[in-house]
Write a protein that binds this ligand. Sequence first.
Ligand SMILES: C[S@@+](CC[C@H](N)C(=O)[O-])C[C@H]1O[C@@H](n2cnc3c(N)ncnc32)[C@H](O)[C@@H]1O
Length: 253
Amino acid sequence: MADPTIEAWTRANAAYTDERAEQSWAAEEVRWGIWELPESELAALPDVTGKDVIELGCGTAYFGAWLKKAGAARVVGVDPTPAQLETARRCNEKFGLGLEFVEAFAEDVPLPDTSFDLAVSEYGASIWADPYKWIPEAARLLRPGGELVFLRNSTLFILCSPDEDVPAIETLQRPQFGIHSFQWPDSGVEYHLSHGDWIRLLRANGFEVLDLIEIQAPADAETHQFYDYVTAEWARKWPAEEIWRARLRPRSS
Ligand SMILES: C[S@@+](CC[C@H](N)C(=O)[O-])C[C@H]1O[C@@H](n2cnc3c(N)ncnc32)[C@H](O)[C@@H]1O
């Protein structure tokens, strides 16, 4: 039987045209989240010049493309959905950036240990893979001193969301204690942890937390036409999205 995650992302791929994917690949600067805040403002990433980068849950891989343009030596995109990877490959061909792609779930990546300097995820593994499995994989794939940077919905946003078709509101909708896997009525399984659980999980896998950037919608931002599950007004008051940055401690022999 087909995997429901892959089926869901094959449908999402059909809705997200090559034209939109190409527009994203064409951007010159790394931009973050719903309000496309520039990396020059958020400083979420280390210098990627000459680095080997893996993107976990790359989708159409525009984020990896931005990192290659920013000077990364090698970018490997990992994703389980063939349709997403086909779009990524077409864009890669068109833009001639030389990304590599691997069809796999982020919980089990068929690549050798200690192969990368930076692991990233932009709404890929960061919300769609089980953190108790993909964080250990990221640690295995990184070289000592390597960094992990990922963007996800904030836990507070999830706690305040009545359901996936309605914007977040100003009252808590569900308990935080015990939060882990999470299924909206019409979508695949997402994964969300409390901040305490994120910190413990990262530390248990050899990471030190360097930063947690809570994204605020700019003063002049309007609610996004497509990503309308949060209003700009809500996101000016509370973080709807967050970027985690962590570094793998050197392994003791
Ligand atoms: C929102 S998209 C990725 C974001 C990417 N930056 C983009 O917009 O194209 C989410 C991706 O996560 C992938 N995905 C779902 N479950 C996954 C898992 N367990 N491991 C890695 N990727 C997964 C899906 O196939 C999909 O391509």
